[in-house]
Design a protein around this ligand. Structure first.
Ligand SMILES: CC(C)(COP(=O)(O)OP(=O)(O)OC[C@H]1O[C@@H](n2cnc3c(N)ncnc32)[C@H](O)[C@@H]1OP(=O)(O)O)[C@@H](O)C(=O)NCCC(=O)NCCS
Length: 423
């Protein structure tokens, strides 16, 4: 663990907010997380702190009751990189959030969230995401804004037995570290069907192979090979997750026959492992999911990532090339206009000249805007989770100036997004 300057912030009543100082602290935080969430999360905390290339000691925050020398609350910032079309963004996850039962409702997560926010600002993160319990994180500026944990289920009886000659067409083997360059290439290819996706650097792949065992995110990567021994794709089975089914948590692009062959492998694996159904935790654009839908896979519901936009003007500036491309591809090509987006208490303007975004500025409250949105709703609109029309149908205070509606819809279309994990 690389030494850094830890934070030490008294909160009153003998409580102090800290970040990791040493390996002893790391072990104490892991043990605390285990007490709240169980041993697999304790092991995941350990693994992340010691082995994940993205994590840093100052990002693991906790509150200690000094009178008892006990950790009583904790959370972590885990840095990710996302690709929004061709723009790389930094997103700081708020992860493993917990308070000891005896210390709840005293504002300890609120205090930790303040420090988390400072770290996001200092680290120039664009976004923050959390796979959180319902509602709670709205209090800290998060809103549901990207699909998470889709639950497409295929009952085993829905899939007929494999044709007798199919065994000769494809075979299967577990992937190893030696396959990483190939897996990385296939992962990149599959990501092309998504507008927003995770960047998974080599170090994160390495972590998944070498350090996720025994943790909440443990899984297996497999390869599918055709009769000529050519790799026809890969998939990952997650060992733990929602539901009792066999969970497919990732795949490469797959041809129709390869996907059919994989479904038969999954059915056999589910039977062998006593799993009553196959669950596809995959985006709607995924080839395997589409073939499974043909066999009757049904949607049992999708949760959502809760997202916060850390610095709106910076994010809008970073996304300028995306906006320019959207304008160029629309009936508004060559547009020159000042576009004002009001979040009621603050506002932002995009200066667009001949289809180029020439400036993004923060404004004070502004009554004359092209688009008015309650503040939390910019995240779902900007990340393409909900369209302007969908938001407007739910919230009368989503308002668009008549002549700006086409432009707003061009700038903020619905998007296909999916975030595969980096740990
Ligand atoms: C959810 C949890 C982390 C909250 O911790 P906490 O230290 O009690 O949170 P805080 O006191 O900082 O809460 C901030 C505010 O939200 C309120 N609050 C607490 N729990 C809440 C909940 N589950 N839903 C809505 N509001 C809640 C608090 O009363 C406080 O309100 P106030 O600022 O107006 O006084 C804690 O209950 C916990 O560890 N639960 C079990 C593990 C868990 O579910 N973790 C979250 C995983 S995503």
């Amino acid at each position: 663990m690389t030494p850094t300057t830890p934070i030490n912030r008294p909160l009153g009543d003998g409580l102090v907010l800290r970040s990791l100082r040493d390996s002893d602290d790391a072990e104490r935080v892991a043990t605390f997380n285990g007490q709240i969430f169980g041993p697999k999360v304790a092991e995941m905390s350990r693994s992340l702190m010691h082995h994940h290339p993205a994590t840093r000691p100052e990002h693991w925050l906790y509150v200690e009751d000094e009178s008892r020398a006990q950790i009583v609350s904790s959370l972590a910032l885990i840095p990710w990189q996302w690709r929004y079309e061709d723009v790389t963004l930094k997103s700081g996850e708020m992860a493993i959030v917990a308070t000891d039962e005896a210390y709840r409702n005293r504002g300890l997560i609120r205090a930790l969230a303040v420090r988390h926010q400072e770290l996001l600002c200092v680290g120039e993160f664009d976004l923050s995401h959390i796979q959180g319990i319902p509602y709670f994180y709205r209090q800290f500026g998060y809103e549901y804004a990207m699909p998470l944990e889709p639950g497409w289920h295929l009952e085993l009886r829905q899939l007929p037995d494999a044709p007798a000659d199919s065994a000769a067409s494809y075979h299967f083997r577990p992937a190893t570290c030696d396959d990483l360059p190939l897996l990385m290439r296939l992962y990149e290819e599959a990501g092309q069907s998504l507008h927003i996706r995770t960047v998974r650097p080599a170090g994160a792949w390495q972590y998944l192979f070498e350090h996720s065992e025994g943790t909440e995110t443990q899984g297996e990567f497999w390869l599918l090979l055709d009769a000529q021994e050519q790799v026809a794709g890969y998939w990952r089975v997650a060992h733990f997750g929602f539901g009792t089914g066999l969970i497919v948590s990732e795949t490469s692009r797959l041809s129709g026959p390869a996907a059919e062959a994989l479904l038969h492998w999954l059915k056999a694996a589910a039977l062998e492992r006593n799993k009553p159904y196959i669950r596809f935790n995959l985006p709607l654009t995924n080839d395997l999911l589409r073939v499974a839908q043909g066999w009757g896979a049904h949607d049992s519901g999708t949760y959502a990532w809760q997202m916060q936009l850390v610095d709106v003007p910076r994010l809008l500036s970073r996304l300028a090339p995306v906006f320019e491309r959207r304008i160029a591809a629309s009936s508004l090509a060559g547009l020159t206009q000042r576009v004002v987006i009001s979040l009621y208490r603050t506002a932002y303007e995009l200066d667009i000249a001949c289809g180029r975004v020439t400036a993004v500025n923060a404004l004070n409250r502004c009554d004359q805007a092209d688009l008015h949105l309650p503040p939390l709703l910019l995240a779902p609109l900007l990340l393409g989770y909900r369209s302007r029309a969908e938001l407007n149908s739910m919230y009368p205070d989503v308002r668009v100036r008549g002549q700006s509606q086409v432009l707003v819809d061009v700038l903020f279309p619905r998007l296909e997004s999916f975030i595969y994990s980096i740990y």
